[in-house]
Design a protein around this ligand. Structure first.
Ligand SMILES: *Cc1c(COP(=O)(O)O)cnc(C)c1O
Length: 387
């Protein structure tokens, strides 16, 4: 779970948060429609793990389902149960379990369980007996990632166990995760497809043929329509960020805008230093603006001296070290900026702000890490959607 607080739009206060991540649910809907069009006849399982990539799993799930997603995917049982507790009744699959995961609660809540080891299969069967209810399971195959999923050397054992426990296990699906779908040149994707097809055949031979097969993450959904099978399983693209930025933005619309309010302005004379260690010295008389968003909120300190913030449709360099709670921007001697203005850090570009992808490039990381890194005092607020 992230530390971002979820602001209820209808909560009593009318004050705007001084730092917020604005989540545009109409953009979620747009992105899901883009993905569904690529998926053709396949359904869309919107991945809302990690609290909806830090956009809020429940509101994103609702907006995605409304726009045509048919299922939801999460990592843990607890994430699945949280969706159910919020009243989301669409199919939910969870696939990452430590020993002690509450499979019984998942079964009772009708959350489908992805299994990666014989031990997990046995634990789910046991939980189903205790619950007095059949568990719906999907088998996650390791087709080359060597991370999660059923390892090739235990496939036979696992399939025997699934067949043996058919009374308490409804084996619904087969899935696997791609290593390098963002690189169309990488031959590993086709190798994984062949291994996946072979695994499905092995299930059929074992008498536990899957009714749904899924392999495609965001990148494969957009780049490899031939891998759509029965369901696609996009995550990052639902949030409007490109899974393959070198290849384009695929008409996706970034969902999160990170914004804070200008707190004060002050004159700094030429030669005046700003912030800790005076990392930046004003080269001329200028005006700086203080914005209350710092590294504790996800503006990582590694951005120091390397990023810009947009105010009133113009970009201004952030100067001095990023502090825990705040940053300073140089708005220039005649800067058209006032206390109370909105300062935009990243978003879809509606206010000429940079994108999460721009930050990812500055930080030598991926856009996934930028949006999931927003934290601390940033309040989430929502636009659009049914609400
Ligand atoms: C996170 C995840 C996805 C979504 O991946 P994206 O690259 O965000 O589209 C799909 N499947 C599994 C198993 C995952 O863990």
């Amino acid at each position: 779970m992230t530390a971002v607080s979820t602001a209820t739009p209808t909560a009593g206060t009318t004050a705007r948060p001084q730092a917020e991540a604005v989540i545009d649910l109409d953009s979620v809907a747009h992105n899901v429609r883009v993905l569904a069009a690529r998926a053709g006849a396949a359904g869309v399982m919107a991945v809302v793990k990690a609290d909806g990539y830090n956009h809020g799993a429940v509101p994103v799930a609702r907006a995605a389902l409304e726009a045509g997603a048919t299922e939801l995917g999460v990592a843990t049982v607890r994430e699945g149960l949280a969706l159910r507790a919020a009243g989301v009744d669409a199919p939910v699959l969870c696939w990452l379990h430590a020993p002690g995961a509450d499979f019984r609660a998942a079964i009772e809540a009708g959350v489908e369980i992805g299994v990666s080891t014989p031990r997990q299969i046995a634990a789910v069967a046991e939980a189903a007996r205790t619950a007095g209810r059949r568990a719906t399971v999907s088998v996650k195959f390791d087709t080359g990632m060597n991370r999660g999923g059923l390892a090739p050397d235990v496939v036979d054992e696992a399939l025997d166990l699934l067949a043996h426990e058919r009374g308490v296990l409804d084996v619904r699906g087969a899935f696997s995760h791609l290593v390098a779908a963002d690189d169309p040149e990488d031959p590993v994707t086709d190798l994984q497809k062949r291994r996946f097809d072979a695994a499905v055949d092995a299930m059929t031979r074992a008498g536990v043929a899957p009714r749904v097969r899924h392999l495609a993450n965001s990148a494969a959904t957009l780049l490899r329509p031939d891998l759509a099978y029965d369901l696609v399983r996009p995550g990052i693209a639902v949030y409007g960020l490109s899974p393959a930025p070198d290849l384009g933005s695929f008409d996706l619309r970034p969902v999160m805008t990170l914004r804070a309010t200008v707190v004060l302005l002050k004159n700094v004379p030429a030669g005046g230093g700003v912030g800790y260690g005076h990392q930046w010295i004003a080269p001329r008389d200028t005006v700086v603006a203080l914005v209350p968003l710092g590294y504790a909120d996800g503006v990582v300190r590694g951005l120091t001296g390397r990023y810009e913030v947009a105010v009133r449709g113009r970009r201004h360099p952030a100067v001095g070290r990023v502090s825990m709670d705040q940053v300073v921007i140089d708005v220039g001697p005649d800067g058209d900026v006032e206390v109370g203005d909105d300062a935009y850090f990243f978003g879809p570009g509606d206010h000429d702000e940079p994108s999460a992808q721009d930050w990812a490039e500055l930080l030598d990381t991926i856009n996934y890490e930028v949006v999931t890194g927003v934290r601390g005092r940033v309040e989430r607020t929502y636009r659009g959607g049914a609400a």
